[in-house]
Design a protein around this ligand. Structure first.
Ligand SMILES: C[S@@+](CC[C@H](N)C(=O)[O-])C[C@H]1O[C@@H](n2cnc3c(N)ncnc32)[C@H](O)[C@@H]1O
Length: 196
């Protein structure tokens, strides 16, 4: 439950205080978002082996992502047909668990799955199916970034065991670690893997 005073501040004003201007675009300025945009995305932009990527899940604050990842062929999916309107050019209305129905094997060098586990695919079985589908469309050695909230009600049940079936943990050079925990009250974190 948000503090009572927040109810008296218009949503537009509250939102503006959480925005920042970057490359001429307004972007969400929460610490997890800043980490994704300023640390994780630049790592992949600087790599010659990352040419085509899939972003799973679309939101108003990811509208600028085809531009954020400029230089990488950017594809996205969302299970919600309403997201088609705000998505980029290369978008499919599709569940992550059905990736192989649209994309051939080895299509992507990078899959970013942020805020989907715990926000749609919630049970261990659903997460396992989502991870499996990612492995099917990633080339061997391709990267998977999983962003999720390590809190009651959103937590992924045993991500390591589930991902370990098809992926290895990988150190992201920009982070010098195989995961990053952000200073957010919802304990948002990113875990990095490569496909075997
Ligand atoms: C919290 S938003 C995350 C948006 C974005 N990925 C990000 O970086 O924050 C969750 C989105 O995931 C989508 N989603 C939930 N389950 C999905 C699934 N099985 N396949 C694809 N998208 C899904 C929802 O429709 C929603 O738009």
């Amino acid at each position: 439950m948000p503090p009572i005073w927040r109810r008296f501040i218009p949503r537009s004003v509250r939102l503006r205080s959480r925005l920042r201007l970057k490359n001429g675009r307004w972007r969400l300025a929460t610490p997890d978002r800043v980490m994704l945009e300023d640390v994780i995305a630049p790592e992949f932009l600087g790599r010659r082996d990352i040419r085509r990527m899939l972003d799973v899940g679309v939101a108003w604050y990811t509208r600028t992502y085809p531009r954020l990842y400029k230089g990488i062929e950017y594809h996205s999916i969302d299970v919600d047909p309403a997201m088609q309107r705000i998505a980029g050019r290369r978008h499919h209305t599709l569940s992550m668990t059905d990736l192989a129905t649209v994309y051939p094997a080895d299509t992507f060098d990078l899959v970013v799955c942020n805020g989907v586990f715990g926000w749609g695919l919630n049970t261990a079985e659903q997460v396992a199916r989502g991870l499996d589908a990612c492995a099917d469309v990633l080339r061997p050695g391709g990267w998977l970034v999983v962003g999720w909230n390590d809190m009651e009600g959103r937590r992924i049940p045993d991500l390591d065991a589930l991902a370990g079936r098809r992926f290895d943990r990988a150190v992201l050079p920009a982070a010098r670690a195989d995961h990053l925990v952000t200073p957010t009250h919802y304990a948002h974190r990113y875990d990095f893997f490569t496909r075997r």
